[in-house]
Design a binder for this molecule. Structure first.
Ligand code: GLC
Ligand code: CA
Length: 539
């Protein structure tokens, strides 16, 4: 049991360390760079940073291919730099969690090198081997565009090894007690440095069993509970956030009886937010909320619009996938695996109203919202870049060279900045948005401020109202009513009895605190958060 429930009412901010800010001007973002930008993160209203992988890695998968779990990639800095980042984060009353890649290592990890070259090495059994590639045939392939099988032949070991992601990411063998212990020691190492918890990567796939799809197995849950118990015995405040890209009913067991994960990403909600906006109809969003199981009281969902991966469409029907692809990814290059490699702003055609609307819905839902770095200023993407790099380009701080991200020469940049088209850094950057009080950045700041001032918004309590009009997503959180017009025509909403005041809205000429009664007219793609001042009637 964690001592307090500090994670229940957060706004999380996701940082890609290589593209956030470059403090030593070698073209690569680094830990010192993040430390320099902590005041900015704090100014958003975020209170916890999710730091993506910082470990030594050949970077075949953005650092999710770890070569050494007990170190820091030299491009990013040193352990002392991390300690400084942690201390400075804590000084600002924020927390910081780290990505922990539980399921697999890089093939450049010493463990795998030893495992491959010496079958007698204790590391051999760290991985999953087979003399055929026919085992576990019911297991889906995740990186469909590049991988043909979950088995790859090892010339050195003369066997196949198992991998759920790239062939350069062999899966660890969680039937081996030594692996189970090793991962716990890794957690301890980082917790001892002051890390507040982990975003545990790809957790459904830890254990394989014949005749199953090798996902969400009871044996996997048993180990995850062990991890939790191990951590909280030593660090009662430490948290675990599950990355389990699964349907709602498969997600629920990751909370177990409140003794497995503290938090889990709500994967199913995300595509339904985009679908509802595409159709101007919120039925699928409401259905997903209804399908969302109740979770233990000390557990919390994490909701998000976009992240560092392709926008996954794994957890939607084939029909919906086609709909979403046609609508949001008309060009072939925009598609990747079963998803879309685009950022939030370009997905919504750069329409600030729609971007703000989706954020307003996200912030009105139960759960902890996550902001992916750059999406708060409406950054664009570069779909020509490899894999998912197009949504990981350098943060656009200003109109200065390299978008103010680095003073290196442009050819040294880890990834190119976006310097043409509608999302050019000359136009989209933090500096210019800071000075405009109607900018996306400042609008989001006020949304976050109001969300945080009303802790009820982060509880599990909610009620869907007004289901008769599917163009309006209407959700009440005790005395707060959040109305969202997903359609391109104005909608009138009857408010019923009582008096309301605007808490926040994108309607023109309606400021915070203005009173309103009886009805409200919502222009296309606008929202209003209203607080009920009197009366019991429901909207
Ligand atoms: C997770 C990460 C993704 C990575 C994969 C394999 O899904 O979000 O970026 O490629 O795990 O580690
Ligand atoms: Ca650097």
């Amino acid at each position: 049991m964690t001592r307090d429930r500090w994670y229940m009412n957060l706004v999380l901010y996701q940082v890609n360390p290589r593209t956030f800010f470059d403090a030593n001007n070698d073209g690569i973002g680094d830990l010192k760079g993040i430390t320099k930008k902590l005041d900015y993160i704090k100014s958003l209203g975020a209170d916890c940073i999710w730091l993506m992988p910082i470990y030594p890695s050949p970077l075949k998968d953005g650092g999710y291919d770890i070569a050494d779990y007990y170190g820091i990639h030299s491009d990013l800095g040193t352990l002392d730099d991390l300690k400084e980042l942690i201390n400075e984060t804590h000084k600002r009353s924020m927390r910081i969690i780290l990505d922990l890649v539980v399921n697999h290592t890089s093939d450049q990890c010493e463990w795998f090198k030893k495992a491959e070259s010496d079958p007698k090495s204790p590391y051999h059994d760290y991985y999953v081997w087979s003399s055929t590639d026919q085992k576990y045939q019911d297991t889906r392939i995740i990186f469909l565009d590049t991988e043909k099988s979950n088995w790859t032949w090892s010339e050195k070991a003369h066997k196949y090894f198992w991998h759920r992601f790239y062939a350069s990411q062999p899966d660890l063998n969680y039937d081996n007690p030594a692996v189970r212990e090793e991962m716990k020691q890794i957690m301890l190492f980082w917790l001892n440095l002051g890390i507040d918890g982990f975003r545990a990567d790809a957790v459904p796939y830890l254990i394989e069993r014949d005749g199953t799809n090798c996902e969400n197995l009871p044996e996997t849950h048993a180990y995850l509970k062990e991890m939790r118990e191990f951590m909280n015995k030593r660090f009662p405040d430490g948290i675990l956030l599950a990355e389990a890209n699964q349907w709602p009913n498969e997600l629920r067991p990751y909370f177990s009886e409140g003794d497995e994960f503290h938090m889990a990403f709500h994967f199913p909600i995300m595509p339904r937010l985009f679908k509802s906006l595409a159709l101007g109809n919120c039925e699928s969003l409401i259905q997903t909320l209804k399908d969302t199981p109740i979770i233990p009281k000390d557990c919390q969902w994490c909701t998000f619009l976009r992240n560092h991966d392709e926008m996954t469409l794994e957890m939607v029907t084939e029909e919906d996938r086609q709909l979403m692809w046609n609508f949001y990814a008309p060009e072939k290059r925009m598609r990747l695996n079963l998803g879309i490699r685009r950022r939030l702003a370009p997905l919504l055609g750069g329409d600030k109203k729609k971007i703000e609307l989706l954020y307003a819905i996200l912030f009105s839902l139960p759960g902890v919202p996550i902001i992916y770095y750059g999406d708060e200023i409406g950054m664009g993407d570069n779909i020509q870049l490899n894999d998912r790099d197009g949504v990981r380009t350098p943060m656009q701080w200003s109109g200065q060279p390299n978008a103010g991200f680095s003073s290196s020469t442009p050819d040294k940049l880890f990834l190119p900045v976006i310097d043409s088209g509608a999302y050019d850094f000359q136009q989209i950057n933090v500096e210019s948005e800071e000075s405009d009080n109607q900018s996306l950045l400042n609008r989001l700041r006020s949304l976050i401020r109001i969300r945080k001032a009303n802790p009820i918004l982060s509880t599990q309590e909610y009620k869907i109202e007004n289901e008769g009009n599917t163009a309006i997503f209407s959700i009440s959180r005790m005395s707060i009513l959040c109305l969202n017009n997903l359609s391109n025509i104005s909608q009138t909403v009857m408010l019923g009895e009582g008096e309301f005041k605007f808490l926040h809205t994108s309607l023109p000429n309606s400021s915070e605190g203005t009173a309103i009664k009886e009805m409200i007219v919502l222009e296309p793609y606008t929202y209003a958060w209203l607080s009920r001042e009197s009366g019991q009637g429901s909207a």
